[in-house]
Design a protein around this ligand. Structure first.
Ligand code: CMP
Length: 139
């Protein structure tokens, strides 16, 4: 089925001028951006977005890194978009990411792993709503 998922091109990748390269990987794999904007996250946004990780030891580092520079937030649409995006991103830790995936190609470490993507339909819906209004999404 055609689905929508939420994606972030993280500060480490934006800083290294990889926005175009990463979008090209998405598009080549049938994931079309139907909404996209460059923003600098506030502390409230970064903390709220990653609230599920609040108790993790890396939470503070994660929040700081997501606020460390601009990001590109986007809604990707395509066949099986949620799973497809996870495949295209590769494993969270680039050391474990498969050949050809975005994290294998571009990520530096588990903290600077270049992209975020929703892990399930329910989180995709919530994460899209966290950053986009309905009228910003243009199929
Ligand atoms: P992301 O998909 O954005 O979801 C949560 C993020 O936490 C994850 O990608 C990683 O960037 C980050 N993360 C996970 N584990 C660690 C860790 N051990 N140290 C630092 N950051 C981590």
């Amino acid at each position: 089925a055609i689905e929508r998922t939420f994606s972030i091109i993280k500060p480490d990748a934006v800083r290294r001028n990889l926005i175009g390269n990463i979008l090209a990987v998405f598009e080549k794999n049938g994931l079309r951006p139907v909404a996209l904007k460059k923003i600098k996250m506030t502390r409230a946004q970064a903390e709220g977005f990653y609230a599920v990780h609040k108790e993790r030891p890396f939470y503070g580092e994660l929040v700081e890194s997501m606020m460390s520079g601009p990001v590109v937030v986007q809604v990707l649409e395509g066949e099986n978009a949620i799973l497809k995006n996870r495949e295209v991103m590769g494993a969270t830790n680039p050391a474990n990411a498969a050949e050809g995936t975005i994290r294998k190609l571009y990520a530096v470490s588990v903290g600077e792993n270049s992209v975020h993507g929703s892990d399930a339909p329910e989180t995709a819906k919530e994460e899209i709503k966290f950053f986009f209004t309905d009228d910003e999404i243009v199929g």
